[in-house]
Design a protein around this ligand. Structure first.
Ligand SMILES: Nc1nc2c(c(=O)[nH]1)N(C=O)[C@@H](CNc1ccc(C(=O)N[C@@H](CCC(=O)O)C(=O)O)cc1)CN2
Ligand SMILES: Nc1ncnc2c1ncn2[C@@H]1O[C@H](COP(=O)(O)OP(=O)(O)OP(=O)(O)O)[C@@H](O)[C@H]1O
Length: 188
C-alpha cells in the first residue's frame, strides 16, 4: 500500500470529521430519529444476534437504536491492536466510559470470535463508496474483525457520506449495504 493512499484516506477523514462536527444539533437529532426507525425495521428475529455499536461524539445516531433491535445485541470492546472483543448489551447501566472517548459494555467479554455468530453487523464508518469500500476512524479495529464474518455488513453513515469512491487498501473489507437517515437500508 502506498503512502499516497494513506495520505488520501487521512485527508478524506479530516474533511468528513469536520463536516460531521458542523452538523447543527437539530439536524443531528432528526438524523438519529430516522436511523432509529430504520434500525427498528431491520429484518432480525429475537433469537438472532446483531453486532451493533454505540454512536459517540459526532457519529450519526444515538444509543436509542439499541433498544429497538429486539434481539441479542453485541457491542464492541477495544483491546489494543487486536481484533475487537464483544459483550452483550444489557442496558445503559452496563455501559462505562472507555478509551478513545467510547462507551463500552461492562459485561463478560465473549472473545473476538463472537462476531462470527452475528446475523447482521452494523459498522461505524465515516464514509462508504457505492462499491462498498468503507472509511473508518483509521485504527483498523473493524478491518481486523470483519474478516471473521459471513453475515451482511451494513455501514451506518450520514446521507452525504455515501461517496462515488473511497481509497481502498487490500485489507479493507467491503460492505454489503449502507444505512442512512434519508435512504434507509440500501444494498451496495
Ligand atoms: N461508536 C464507535 N465505536 C467503535 C468504533 C467506532 O468507530 N465508533 N470503532 C471503530 O473502529 C472501534 C473503536 N475505534 C476508534 C478508533 C479511533 C477513534 C478516534 O479517533 N476518536 C477520536 C474522536 C473522533 C470523533 O470525533 O468522532 C478521539 O478520541 O479524539 C475512536 C474509536 C470500536 N468501537
Ligand atoms: N486485517 C488487518 N490486520 C492487520 N492490520 C490491519 C488490518 N486491517 C487494517 N490494519 C491496519 O490498521 C491501520 C488502519 O487501517 P485503515 O486505515 O483501513 O482503518 P479504518 O478502516 O479507517 O479504521 P477502523 O476499521 O478502525 O474503523 C493500518 O495501519 C492497517 O495496516
Amino acid at each position: 500500500m502506498t503512502s499516497d493512499l494513506r495520505d488520501r484516506k487521512a485527508a478524506l477523514r479530516s474533511e468528513l470529521l469536520a463536516a460531521r462536527r458542523a452538523v447543527p444539533p437539530e439536524v443531528r437529532a432528526a438524523e438519529a430519529a430516522a436511523l432509529r426507525a430504520h434500525v427498528a425495521a431491520l429484518d432480525v428475529r429475537p433469537d438472532q444476534t446483531v453486532c451493533a455499536f454505540l454512536p459517540v461524539g459526532s457519529e450519526p445516531g444515538d444509543a436509542s437504536w439499541l433498544d429497538d433491535l429486539r434481539c441479542r445485541v453485541l457491542l464492541p470492546v477495544v483491546t489494543g491492536d487486536s481484533p475487537l472483543d464483544w459483550a452483550v448489551h444489557t442496558g445503559p447501566d452496563a455501559l462505562a466510559p472507555a478509551a478513545l472517548r467510547l462507551l463500552e459494555p461492562t459485561g463478560p467479554r465473549l472473545g473476538a470470535s463472537a462476531i462470527a455468530g452475528a446475523s447482521l453487523v452494523l459498522v461505524p464508518a465515516l464514509a462508504v463508496s457505492l462499491d462498498g469500500v468503507r472509511l473508518g476512524k483509521g485504527k483498523g479495529h473493524y478491518d481486523r474483525s470483519l474478516s471473521l464474518v459471513t453475515a451482511p455488513l451494513i455501514a451506518v453513515v450520514r446521507d452525504e457520506e455515501v461517496l462515488p469512491s473511497v481509497p481502498a487498501e487490500p485489507h479493507d473489507v467491503r460492505m454489503d449495504g449502507v444505512l442512512t437517515p434519508s435512504g434507509g437500508l440500501r444494498r451496495l
